[in-house]
Ligand binder design. Structure first.
Ligand SMILES: NC(=O)c1ccc[n+]([C@@H]2O[C@H](COP(=O)([O-])OP(=O)(O)OC[C@H]3O[C@@H](n4cnc5c(N)ncnc54)[C@H](OP(=O)(O)O)[C@@H]3O)[C@@H](O)[C@H]2O)c1
Length: 313
């Protein structure tokens, strides 16, 4: 169902990687009444503040792209914060949306919700069929609870709340902090610094053989707006690119885009991680949606954004 261009749409987390891309896409599509509040303006852990916000600004559509996000290090050092804060943020936003009579809500999960040993490609029905990956189980558990809360609101109250599970994302407004970032932004920074310092080599972890899937965040945003208008099911839905690359191919592409002239050394004493992580996106593709940005183009756009922010001329 097409959303009116003047509908009140609240994007929680609109300054983050995902939220900012969804905001850009909504603007590009001509939506005129977007609502966003920074963390400093409204702490989503504060249920009272969220309730007052809903009563005051009466959003008709809500996108939940706010979350406490981090890598393995942060997850393993702050498990209580990851579990509690994510339960609290999503609980306040989803339950608050029900109380405020929001027409439709889209909740963002993550592919880490799937069991560690689930078969690949990962199909939606593999949820809760086995133990989670222990390095991020706190975060994943909160995300599973968020999916379930959307489903429960649909069953009990008839709320049109949907959930999506994106694959690995990258693009403008990514996090380039080496201790906290995901593999692709970390590689962009590493190769950029090696080039700037005229280093002859870049050392990467493992063997380079694991397979990974990446989606440019503007493609994710297009998928989210498409699903807001065209999907109203209890079943959450995977969002992937449908393309896999080896970590070695990924590093070669980053190296080429950055213009690094040296070579890559593989430190095989370091772990490779999961051999393969690939979402089955056939449910989404069957609705007619396809990504538009190939990996090299996406990395080029992400690197331009990195240069603007971290290495302005
Ligand atoms: N990045 C990926 O590869 C990826 C892949 C799959 C799924 N996702 C999902 O997409 C969602 C967004 O991720 P992201 O990568 O966009 O993360 P992000 O860049 O860290 O953005 C998260 C946003 O939430 C805000 N936030 C966090 N705690 C808050 C609080 N207590 N009150 C108000 N705002 C708060 C943050 O603001 P501050 O920075 O000011 O705290 C930030 O703007 C998450 O649910 C994540 O699981 C991401």
């Amino acid at each position: 169902m097409e959303i009116a261009r003047d509908a009140r749409i609240y994007v929680a987390g609109h300054r983050g990687l995902v939220g900012s891309a969804i905001w850009r896409e909504l603007e590009r599509r001509g939506f005129t009444h977007l609502i966003g509040h920074t963390h400093a303006e409204m702490d989503l852990l504060d249920g009272g503040a969220v309730g007052r916000f809903y009563a005051r600004e009466k959003p008709e559509y809500v996108v939940v792209a706010a979350a406490k996000v981090g890598g393995i290090y942060a997850n393993s050092h702050y498990p209580a914060e990851f579990l509690f804060q994510n339960l609290q943020i999503q609980g306040n936003l989803i339950h608050g949306a029900h109380l405020a009579g929001v027409k439709k809500l889209l909740f963002l999960g993550s592919s880490c919700i799937y069991p560690r040993l689930a078969p690949q490609p990962l199909k939606e029905e593999y949820l809760l069929t086995g133990p989670l990956e222990p390095t991020n189980e706190w975060y994943a558990l909160a995300k599973v609870a968020g999916i379930k809360l959307c489903q429960a609101c649909r069953r009990q109250y008839g709320s049109d709340f949907i959930s999506v599970m994106p694959t690995n994302l990258y693009g403008p407004n990514d996090n380039y902090d080496l201790q906290n970032s995901h593999v692709l932004p970390a590689l962009i920074r590493k190769f950029h610094e090696a080039k700037a310092g005229n280093a002859p080599t870049v050392t990467c972890w493992g063997t380079g053989s694991p397979l990974r899937e990446f989606l440019y965040v503007d493609d994710l945003a297009r998928a989210c707006v498409f699903l807001l208008e065209n999907y109203s099911e209890e079943q959450f839905i995977n969002i992937g690119s449908g393309n896999e690359v080896t970590v070695r191919q990924l590093t070669e592409t980053v190296s080429r885009v950055v213009g690094f002239g040296g070579s890559v050394v593989w430190d095989s004493t370091k772990p490779d991680g999961m051999p393969r992580k690939y979402l089955d996106s056939s449910r989404l593709f069957a609705l007619g949606w396809r990504p538009q940005t190939d990996l090299e183009t996406g990395i080029r756009l992400a690197y331009e954004d990195f240069l603007r922010k971290f290495a302005p001329r």
